[in-house]
Design a protein around this ligand. Structure first.
Ligand code: GLU
Length: 341
């Protein structure tokens, strides 16, 4: 669950995208990238593993010019956190670019079909199926928004997406289901973001999208319709908070915000990792070590502060479910002991 920012207007887009990404940085991420539609009708995509500063270093000296683009900070769920898996992802002919927050549950099945129909996959992400589905849907649909809607009808899972294309330039198409997304409506410019904090430097007029909404953004404004094609109108709200308060989500301080965020935070870390149908889980990092894990006879958890309290709960759960003796040690004391391990 990471960050999206998109802009279409008349200003130089790259500084706006980078500023938006920095506003999303507090959420944590493992890579960042952006796509810009240039006035010469080229699509420039730049992405890098690591911090936004690494993306900026990549841009150094060769910043693409344009006034329409999308950007992303990724928190990997499918595939390693590296440059290839970073977003945006692009179509075969490099004429569609897409950023995505969330998880496509039926990605494996969709990928198999797309590969059989000749779509090459470059990354290990679930996201890449979306861009090829949109590419394919363009054969039957004239506009980017119709192609996006047709593609999304095949998808199960959660998404907030922002898409640009050379085949239908001058606009961003955004859609959401289960991942937050809102629009910013400025003077001669329109933005999309996963978090109000990324927008307010440019406008305080925002539109909250609902699950199943598709939005078309142009410099003049926006239109919204439902995935089934029926049009729907979404009201513009005015954000009165300052930036600090927006980052605190309306709570008086961060600690309270984080306490209230716990249900959503838990849902986010488990998303895509619980296989309810199989009564099991998919824990990427542990899968390769199953034999070693089965031999564990004792567990020592070292932690401090909040993580120490979480570890106490972990101790109870590990002993109850795995029947492996578990102890919790203060990490700050542990390093001065001569523990029996
Ligand atoms: N599931 C996607 C990926 O692994 C998106 C992750 C995100 O929300 O940042 O690339």
């Amino acid at each position: 669950m990471c960050g999206i920012i998109g802009y279409v207007g008349t200003s130089d887009v790259v500084p706006i995208l980078l500023e938006g990404l920095r506003r999303l940085e507090y959420r944590g991420y493992d890579s960042a990238g952006l796509a810009v539609l240039t006035p010469q009708n080229r699509l420039v995509v730049l992405k890098e593993a690591g911090k936004i500063a690494a993306l900026e270093a990549l841009l150094n000296g060769s910043t693409p010019r344009g006034s329409c683009g999308v950007a992303h900070t990724r928190w990997a769920t499918h595939g390693a956190p590296n440059q290839v898996n970073a977003h945006p992802h692009v179509s075969k002919a490099l004429d569609i670019a897409l950023v995505h927050n969330g998880i496509i549950e039926n990605a494996a099945l969709l990928k198999k079909g797309l590969q059989e129909r000749g779509y090459p996959f470059r990354s290990e992400t679930d996201t890449e199926v979306l861009v090829h589905l949109i590419d394919e849907a363009f054969q039957r649909n004239a506009s980017l928004e119709d192609a996006v809607a047709a593609a999304l009808l095949q998808v199960e899972g959660t998404y907030g997406i922002a898409v640009v294309s050379l085949r239908d330039p001058g606009k961003i198409v955004a859609a959401r289901h289960g991942s937050p997304l809102l629009l910013g409506v400025g003077e001669g410019e329109t933005l999309v973001a996963s978090d109000a904090a990324a927008l307010v430097a440019r406008t305080r007029n925002v539109v909250y999208l609902s699950d199943g909404d598709v939005a078309v953004l142009t410099p003049e404004g926006f239109t919204t319709f439902r995935l089934d094609g029926t049009s729907v109108s979404r009201p513009v709200h005015r954000i009165e908070w300052d930036l600090g308060a927006i980052e605190k989500g309306g709570f008086p301080h961060f600690m309270l915000k984080e306490i209230f965020e716990q249900p959503a935070a838990l849902r986010d870390v488990l998303r895509g990792r619980l296989l309810l149908g199989e009564g099991s889980s998919r824990l990427g990092g542990l899968k390769d070590h199953e034999a070693q894990l089965a031999e564990i006879q004792r567990i020592v958890i070292t932690a401090c502060g909040t993580s120490w309290h979480a570890a106490l709960l972990g101790e109870l759960m590990l002993e109850e479910m795995a029947r492996i003796p578990t102890e919790v040690e203060y990490a700050s004391e542990f390093r001065y002991k001569n523990p029996v391990l």
